[in-house]
Design a protein around this ligand. Structure first.
Ligand code: 6CS
Length: 344
């Protein structure tokens, strides 16, 4: 048998590591009876097209991020709200891998012919901008690229930006040609897509993490023998811890590469953020090379609690937007994620 697994990211990404590990474990444990083919982003089309192929059974497994799938399962957009998820990545992982949460969302995947297998974070979301942004006022008039779910438009418009939906593959040229002024993604994605080459500010606002989901074609899973279903379940469970370790490692590894690139290319980068953990992860040689002896990189303090409150306040109106456009279960999912107080 051949199982096809499409991801929404290029090789060398968090989703790629996930799919490769899935492939390795499934092939090992079926003694080669099953072969898993991984399709990186670009080989089968856009994220929306991948989801359609999964629904039709053209592929058996795929990554489906709320930023895209939220158009079809509106409740999923709860993962796109700012200042709702825990700030601590470990806590976020604990929350997202809760079997009850997965079972709840799986009920929303079922009518779409999909089966939800896992939900996980790919790391803290970081803004890469052409100009400095420390307050919603700074966003005024800036074109901010977002994924295609309507909630993301509301989220950045609430800060005063002009949110611009655009497929992932067009973001680099969009920045290069000044069609957009900034974009938001985790560090590994910024490095992998080279967004840092075409922006000179990097801001860690601590507002949310990039969440994705791994899904399967529901009919395919239903037709599998019981031992395959159990195998898939156990491999997916194992992957929770695995991918957490990978994404945490990527945060520092890829930021190092970005600083190195900036030095080599002699182009400026100012980082606004609380990066002490990153600095602690450097050896003393790396610290000298990348920070002390790197005139192209400037580290400035992250947003103060007051500055963050400015964004937090502005983002509150988006909760109401979510309750309006987040589907019939929007109240329930917001409570599940953030507790009842958030919708009073
Ligand atoms: O920004 C995007 O569109 C993409 N970002 C990531 C980290 N993964 C897939 C997604 O399509």
């Amino acid at each position: 048998q051949t199982w096809r697994f499409a991801i929404e990211e290029a090789e060398g990404s968090v989703q790629h590591e996930y799919a490769l590990r899935f492939k390795q474990l499934i092939e090992e444990r079926t003694n080669g009876e099953v072969e898993v083919i991984v399709y990186p982003y670009g080989t089968l089309g856009t994220s929306t097209q991948i989801t359609e192929q999964l629904n039709m059974g053209v592929i058996e497994f795929a990554m489906a991020s709320p930023g895209t799938l939220g158009k079809f399962i509106p409740e999923l957009q709860v993962f796109l709200l700012h200042f709702v998820l825990p700030e601590d990545e470990r806590e976020t992982q604990r929350l997202l891998s809760d079997p009850e949460l997965i079972a709840y969302f799986d009920k929303l995947y079922a009518p779409k012919g999909l089966q939800l297998l896992s939900i996980f974070s790919e790391g803290e979301m970081v803004w890469t901008m052409k100009d400095k942004v420390r307050s919603p006022e700074d966003f005024e008039g800036l074109k901010m690229r977002v994924m295609t779910s309507p909630l993301l438009l509301a989220a950045y418009n609430a800060y005063g930006a002009s949110a611009t939906p655009m497929p992932y593959s067009e973001v680099y040229s969009g920045l290069q040609l000044n069609m957009i002024d900034g974009q938001v993604n985790p560090i590994f994605a910024i490095e992998r897509q080279k967004f840092h080459e075409v922006t000179s500010w990097m801001i860690f606002p601590g507002h949310t993490s990039f969440i994705t989901t791994c899904a399967a074609n529901r009919k395919f899973i239903g037709q599998q023998p019981k031992e395959h279903q159990e195998l898939i379940d156990s491999v997916i469970e194992e992957l929770d811890d695995y991918i957490f370790t990978v994404q945490m490692r990527y945060q520092t590894e890829r930021l190092k590469r970005i600083l190195r690139d900036k030095k080599r290319q002699q182009s400026q980068l100012t980082i606004i953020g609380e990066v002490s953990q990153f600095l602690e992860s450097l050896t003393s040689e790396e610290r000298i090379e990348l920070v002390e002896n790197n005139p192209h990189v400037t580290l400035v303090p992250g947003l103060s609690p007051k500055e963050r409150d400015g964004f937090r306040e502005a983002s509150k109106s988006v909760h109401d937007v979510f309750l309006r456009i987040g589907g019939p279960h929007s109240h329930e999912v917001l409570q599940l994620l953030s507790g009842p107080s958030s919708i009073e």
